[in-house]
Write a protein that binds this ligand. Structure first.
Ligand code: PAF
Length: 277
């Protein structure tokens, strides 16, 4: 596995690399969810590139950026064991060149849910992903569906800007109690970690209401809120039952729905979702 830190280094190692190239963009602190993205990329690509870059432009508060867990030595060992060929781990100045003054801003799909809770977040994501797509020139890029809205934003961007990299959404990987794997889980105490299983319990209750015949989106959202309310350490940011294509909140649920929520536990903001129907 080769580790490169500059645009020139990346260009050099990829010049003769066998194609297709599969890209797994990450912010490091790898876990089994990232490994599953690499496995999918490995199965479909001749060369697998992973980027490890904690992108300051997608964090609202400097504190959140600074607190983001980092351990490059551990990440590189995991990436190599998972079958990555090339890791691109640049400094901030190598991604955002001096005088950098461009923002990629996706429209309506980036506004509700995470977009409303974290203004500017998706501009930061879309901008860095556009740069990574341009630098790597991969045929495919792999993203986890725990960040459903992020996948939708990146797909919209790739389509609108005619970017040649195909966006491949991959299933969420979960702990045995249902907690979606996330780098943020590392910031929870053992007790907080156990309490965080409430997110998945709430989604399951919402999905069960729907499969039981419930059609009112308000009732489904209330049922999920009730489960979250039983966990006193959970502070709810939002609970949503939305159209999976537009992310607009639903009134009646007649077909597919995206149930999603954002909850803080011990000050750590966790998100999860379930696509139903
Ligand atoms: O999902 C992430 O880890 C990040 O948002 C991404 C896609 C690597 C962009 O920084």
């Amino acid at each position: 596995m080769q580790v490169v830190r500059t645009r020139a280094g990346l260009r050099a190692v990829l010049a003769g690399a066998p194609r297709p190239i599969g890209l797994v963009p990450t912010m490091g602190w790898l876990h089994a969810g990232h490994v599953s993205l690499v496995e999918r990329a490995r199965a479909e690509s001749a060369t697998v590139v992973m980027s490890i870059f904690v992108n300051p432009r997608q964090f609202g508060e400097a504190r959140d950026f600074e607190q983001y867990p980092r351990n490059e030595a551990r990440d590189l060992a995991m990436a190599e064991a998972a079958g990555v060929d090339v890791v691109f781990a640049p400094n901030v100045d190598e991604v955002y060149l001096p005088g950098f003054d461009t923002v990629v801003s996706v429209g309506a799909i980036s506004l509700p849910l995470e977009g409303a809770a974290r203004p500017g977040h998706f501009d930061g994501v879309a901008t860095v992903v556009a740069i990574l797509f341009a630098l790597v020139g991969a045929e495919r890029a792999y993203f986890g569906l725990k960040d459903y809205q992020q996948v939708a934003v990146i797909r919209r961007m790739a389509l609108d800007l005619a970017l040649p990299t195909r966006v491949v959404p991959c299933e969420t990987v979960r702990e045995p109690d249902g907690l979606a794997l996330s780098s943020r889980n590392a910031r929870l105490s053992a007790e907080g970690r156990a309490r965080a299983a409430v997110l998945h319990r709430a989604l399951r209750v919402g999905a069960e209401r729907l499969s039981g015949g419930e059609r009112s989106a308000d009732t489904v959202r209330s049922a999920m809120r009730q489960v979250l309310g039983e966990e006193p350490s959970a502070t709810v940011d939002y609970v949503s039952a939305a159209n999976p294509d537009t992310l607009a909140e639903l009134t009646e649920i007649d077909g597919r729905a995206l149930l999603s929520l954002a909850v803080q536990i011990e000050g750590v903001r966790l998100i999860d979702n379930e696509l139903v129907g």
